[in-house]
Write a protein that binds this ligand. Structure first.
Ligand code: C5P
Length: 223
């Protein structure tokens, strides 16, 4: 069986990560969470006192941190200069700053190179999830999926994920999520967008299990 490359893109709260990990696990594919890489570089900027609103300062420092991503869908790991940052990259501070950092062209060039080399080295195929995988990072992917969902469904999922961790106010979650997606969709360099040849799946009224089955079927049709 030739190694398959699957690109899964879409905004936050569509079930993208849960779906991607489950599909990769079910089909024996490697897995890459590209959002975690942008979060990791953002975490490093904050840690090193770099003003994330200062695009020039971010660009100047972008090559300094060494980001290493594991590709096991059952235990995705990410380290920055050898430090496991899987937890710290999910804080509200990093989440609120990641869109500004990921909009800096130099950051995107560096992370995109990293993503392409990981995909090229993945034996047995890989599923890569993000915002610009089908359009920019891996335009020759064998299958491109674009997940969507209504703002209500996305905010509800996000609140569920945050429960017990941080503020779970639904209206605030919805606002923060829409603001981040607007920034990701509106930036100049490889914005969040559906590739022309991507299959769009609206997950608003589907259970996670249904979305997983749908994507597994799409991959199997390509193998
Ligand atoms: O998927 P996740 O919510 O962890 O992504 C965090 C952020 O990383 C996104 O809001 C976006 O700013 C950035 N990102 C990106 N391109 C990708 C993946 C994520 O710009 N391929």
């Amino acid at each position: 069986v030739p190694a398959i490359i699957v690109a899964i893109d879409g905004p936050s709260g569509t079930g993208k990560s849960s779906t991607s990990k489950a599909v990769a696990t079910a089909l024996g594919l490697r897995y890459l969470d590209t959002g975690a890489q942008y979060r990791a570089i953002t975490w490093w900027m904050v840690e090193n006192g770099i003003d994330t609103a200062d695009a020039e300062a971010v660009a100047d420092a972008a090559a300094k941190p060494e980001i290493v991503s594991g590709t096991d869908p059952l235990a995705p790991t990410i380290t920055v200069d050898g430090i496991d940052v899987s937890g710290p990259i999910r804080t509200q501070e990093v989440t609120s700053k990641v869109s500004a950092v990921s909009a800096v062209p130099r950051v995107r060039t560096l992370i995109t190179e990293l993503q392409r080399s990981i995909a090229a080295g993945a034996e047995g195929g890989i599923l890569v999830e993000g915002r610009d995988i089908g359009t920019t990072v891996l335009p020759d992917a064998d299958l491109k999926v674009f997940l969507t969902a209504s703002p209500e469904a996305r905010a509800a999922r996000r609140s569920g994920e945050l429960k017990g961790k941080e503020a779970t106010d639904l209206a605030a979650t919805r606002e923060a999520l829409l603001r981040r997606d607007a920034a990701d969709s509106g930036r100049k360099t490889s914005p969040l967008a559906k590739a022309e040849d991507a299959v769009e799946v609206d997950t608003s009224d589907l259970t996670l299990q249904q979305v997983i089955e749908c994507v597994v079927t799409l991959v199997e049709e390509k193998r």
